[in-house]
Design a protein around this ligand. Structure first.
Ligand SMILES: Cc1cc2nc3c(=O)[nH]c(=O)nc-3n(C[C@H](O)[C@H](O)[C@H](O)COP(=O)(O)OP(=O)(O)OC[C@H]3O[C@@H](n4cnc5c(N)ncnc54)[C@H](O)[C@@H]3O)c2cc1C
Length: 417
């Protein structure tokens, strides 16, 4: 019996690694014919890093990512609203990483093929469910470039980890249509520049409709680092947001003027943007929470199940948690529809709540509140927001995401090995 997985993104690869760890046979089908390290930086939170460490990937993560030491929120004038430690400095038993998304995908791919063999992934094969019997499920494999059918695969269950534009999800919910856009565009880039704040800080400045996010993803060891940055701006309704291509080139004039005065004592934002290598443009899109992920012998995982705004650094993290819970249920309940139901019962409502929280700006909401109360900035944050209000805002999201220190440090492993 084989678990069929569509998609070798962070979700599909984490599932493959977890099933291999448990001795469960699987096959991954990936639509692209060659994997390239696409995307820019992401942050992966300690609840997901715990899972990757339990898959034995600590050294690999340290080789390509940086342990995030701090998260900080700042006004559009650069004033400090709130800074809090992360990782070991915050008491977590596991770190948070700032890491290049594509490098992380390649890291998982290398680990998986070294452990399970190259043949566990079929490249150039887009997969979708063809039909199902009581005993199993059949997937159709298609060459996405030509549209030709290139084969079929028989398995026990089918897991669609095929991203925000999942064809399996579209098959289940044919009326859903395009992803949901809330009006914000994101411009993303990387710039070599001087270290800022602790040297391993993730910083958010501004407010929902005009925000700058930055964190280092590589330390050159000479006082400089590679700064991953994202500039968000709200755009008119008729803006051409529908092209969801992570490699779509961005144009400086579309967003730089909005940040031209943002020269802070901890970072010169316009200079950082100007000195960037390639700049990419992508709409901030998500999908509505679903009432059901599992349909008999097939289920959805990762962005296919719960694409969320990239706020609060939880997209990749939640895909990894999905993979771990699903692998455990497939071990405990066998490769059955019951296992998929049990996975969904543990995950769906929790992640749906996060999708909605991120629509309301997630932990970054504190920026919006401060900007509303003090649009011209402040001399002392305590005159704008009390310490208990700030602490409450930070703690609430962590609890919702399952990453508050105490819950994470004291709960048992998802997969005991
Ligand atoms: C090219 C790319 C670049 C990205 N860059 C960023 C970024 O810079 N910042 C950020 O925050 N997030 C980025 N993301 C999204 C981020 O990776 C996800 O939100 C998160 O990691 C959850 O991953 P996932 O595995 O569920 O989905 P994804 O990472 O989207 O992976 C889905 C995989 O499935 C494959 N696929 C699609 N359809 C099929 C099919 N029918 N059959 C088989 N395979 C299929 C895709 O090629 C892809 O490899 C990017 C995603 C992609 C695909």
């Amino acid at each position: 019996m084989t678990v069929l997985i569509a998609g070798a993104g962070i979700g599909g690869l984490s599932l493959g690694l977890s099933l291999h760890q448990l001795g469960i046979k699987f096959q991954i089908f990936e639509a692209v014919s060659e994997m390239r390290p696409l995307g820019v930086g992401i942050n992966v939170q300690p609840h997901a890093i715990r899972e990757l460490f339990e898959l034995g990937l600590e050294a690999e993560l340290d080789a390509v990512g940086l342990r995030t030491e701090e998260v900080g929120y700042f006004s559009a004038q650069g004033g400090e609203i709130w800074r809090e430690p992360r990782g070991a400095l915050a008491g977590y038993n596991w770190p948070q990483y700032s890491i290049h998304r594509g490098e992380m995908q390649m890291l998982l791919l290398r680990a998986l093929t070294e452990r399970a063999g190259e043949a566990c992934i079929t490249m150039g094969a887009a997969a979708s469910v063809a039909n199902e019997t009581e005993a199993g499920i059949t997937a159709t494999l298609t060459n996405r470039a030509t549209g030709d059918k290139i084969g079929e695969a028989e398995g026990s269950v089918f897991v669609a980890a095929d991203g925000i534009n999942s064809i399996s999800r579209a098959g289940l919910y044919p009326d859903e249509g395009a992803a949901h856009w809330g009006g914000i565009m994101m411009w993303r880039g990387t710039t070599r520049g001087p270290k800022f704040l602790t040297g391993r800080s993730m910083a958010m400045a501004g407010r929902k409709d005009c925000k700058f996010v930055c964190y280092p993803i590589h330390d050159y060891g000479d006082g400089t680092c590679l700064i991953n940055w994202i500039a968000d701006r709200s755009m008119p309704e008729d803006y051409s947001w529908r092209e969801q291509d992570w490699n779509r080139e961005g144009v400086l004039d579309d967003f730089l003027p909005a940040f031209k005065d943002w020269s802070f004592d901890w970072l010169d934002v316009p200079a950082t943007i100007r000195a960037s290598g390639d700049i990419f443009e992508y709409p901030m899109v998500d999908r509505n929470p679903l009432p059901r992920w599992s349909h008999s012998r097939m289920t959805l995982l990762g962005d296919a199940a719960h694409a969320m705004y990239p706020i609060g650094s939880n997209g990749a993290s939640q895909a990894i948690l999905d993979a771990r819970v699903l692998a455990r249920e497939l071990r405990d309940k066998g490769q059955t529809a019951d296992a998929l139901e049990a996975y969904e019962a543990e995950r769906r409502e929790k992640v749906n709540a996060l999708v909605l929280a991120n629509r309301g700006d997630g932990p970054d909401k504190v920026l919006d509140v401060v900007a509303e109360r003090a649009p011209e900035g402040f001399a002392d944050i305590s005159e704008v927001m009390s310490l208990s209000e700030l602490e409450g805002a930070a703690a609430g999201y962590k609890k919702l995401a399952g990453m508050d220190v105490e819950t994470l440090n004291t709960r048992s492993s998802i997969i005991e090995v």
